[in-house]
Ligand binder design. Structure first.
Ligand SMILES: *[C@@H]1O[C@H](CO)[C@@H](O)[C@H](O)[C@H]1NC(C)=O
Length: 150
């Protein structure tokens, strides 16, 4: 495990919500839209990527991570409009009545024995009575809701 002299600050904030997947299929579904903002300090120069991991616990347990790499070095702590740098990632398919633990941290990571700089969120998805979820593949296949064609 590599050690770094300087590591980026923690994420300023992390939030997540369910958003409907706009892909045209016979089913409907949600994805998780995860947003974060960066801390306004000089350590932003060390930041190379943000890693986001999602553990889901429903009928099955699943673990998946994405790494969002910043393709250029940050030259300033704020955007041209003097705002915090803000990003979002929409992914991670959503199943009904499932717990989602979302864990995000900046890279390079804090060194061992230093405070780990991560943020964690918890979300629970709606069940098959939800206006979108009831048209999901899982809800229809489980027969909890039927599409009736006249
Ligand atoms: C995800 O959230 C961000 C920030 O709140 C928003 O700007 C964006 O439009 C959202 N994307 C989707 C697909 O909902």
């Amino acid at each position: 495990r590599q050690s770094y002299n300087l590591t980026p600050a923690d994420l300023y904030n992390l939030s997540a919500k369910f958003t409907e997947d706009e892909k045209e299929t016979q089913f409907r579904s949600y994805l998780i839209n995860i947003s974060w903002a960066l801390s306004m300090d000089a350590s932003i120069k060390e930041l190379t990527a943000t890693k986001i991991c999602v553990t889901s616990q429903g009928t099955v347990r699943h673990f998946e991570c994405v790494r969002c790499s910043y393709t250029e070095k940050f030259r300033s702590q704020t955007t041209a409009g003097n705002q915090r740098w803000q990003f979002h990632y929409t992914g991670f398919p959503v199943e009904p009545v499932t717990n989602y633990y979302i864990h995000a941290y900046n890279l390079p990571p804090a060194n061992i024995y230093e405070d780990s700089s991560s943020k964690t969120l918890f979300l629970i998805s709606p069940g098959c009575n939800d206006h979108v979820m009831k048209y999901s593949k899982s809800c229809i296949e489980e027969g909890k809701f039927n599409i009736c064609i006249l």
